[in-house]
Write a protein that binds this ligand. Structure first.
Ligand code: FE2
Length: 280
């Protein structure tokens, strides 16, 4: 069965993104939103925040991040902890994201991510051998949800050649006011600017691949009601503003690569042998 008609395929090639309203059911969104709240309510803030307030903060948070590829970890909003490491608000409104293997470890997110139409779209966009590489809930909590600066997803999830596709699902309504995605129509036709990788001596580094500035001129807001799936080309420049509104903006994002492409050993996201990459 075809999901993307000729008009949508043409829009994909022209713009480098698609906004597909009502792509998944409100019920399926409610199920993973409930699961998200269970994760948030299960966080032991006293234990968890100590990870980030030790003297070796940079190294510790690098290790925590670099080890999150095949598990489920929590990341605070920048403004969630004060200078003494105390939370400035309730945990539910202090978490920036949860990641990065929800789709393989949590039955609700597994079922949500592997709904057949999702796999069909990825296939129709030319991914011959899909691997579900990374998933995260992006919480963007009211009042504090941080901005995501302009970037291309292939910077962080690089394959040779570039194959990554981002699938972004609105679990709550995303508007200009509460920090919806913005993308630059046609921006994916430009080069990949940077590659983020594990650095030789530990930590991480960016390699400059092309010096062309990553312009956001002409960016358009991708407002999305609950159930919308936004599809993003790996080179599409995109970003989202901070959420200074009173409305929560929880979204789920899933990144898929073609396993026929080379996945380097110094990519930041790595999986242990116990959890090989799986398709839909
Ligand atoms: Fe992104």
């Amino acid at each position: 069965m075809t999901v993307l008609d000729a008009g949508r395929l043409a829009a994909w090639h022209r713009d480098g993104f698609l906004v597909l309203p009502d792509f998944v059911s409100r019920e399926s969104c409610a199920r993973v939103l409930d699961a998200t709240h269970r994760y948030l309510d299960g966080i032991d803030a006293d234990t968890h925040r100590s990870v980030f307030t030790t003297e070796e903060q940079t190294r510790t948070s690098d290790d925590y991040f670099l080890g999150s590829g095949d598990t489920v970890r929590f990341f605070w909003e920048d403004e969630a902890l004060d200078d003494t490491g105390r939370l400035t608000r309730p945990v539910r409104h202090a978490v920036n994201k949860i990641g990065h293997a929800l789709h393989d470890l949590d039955p609700d997110f597994d079922a949500f991510s592997r709904q057949p139409p999702v796999g069909t779209v990825v296939e129709e966009l030319g991914i011959a051998s899909p691997g579900l590489l990374q998933s995260m809930v992006i919480c963007k909590p009211p009042g504090i949800g941080g901005e995501v600066t302009p970037h291309q997803d292939a910077t962080f999830l690089w394959t040779d050649p570039v194959t990554v596709i981002g699938l972004w699902f609105a679990l709550e309504d995303a508007t200009v006011d509460n920090g919806c995605l913005w993308a630059v129509p046609g921006g994916h036709r430009g080069p990949l600017r940077q590659r983020f990788r594990r650095a030789d001596g530990g930590g991480t580094a960016f390699d400059l691949l092309d010096p062309t500035p990553l312009s956001t001129d002409g960016a358009v807001p991708l407002e999305a009601g609950v159930g919308t799936m936004v599809v993003l080309h790996g080179r599409s420049p995109h970003f989202s503003a901070a959420n200074r509104s009173t409305a929560s903006r929880i979204a789920y994002s899933l990144h898929v690569i073609d396993t026929n492409a080379h996945y380097p050993a110094d990519n930041w996201l790595q999986r242990g042998p116990a959890m090989p990459l799986r398709g839909f």
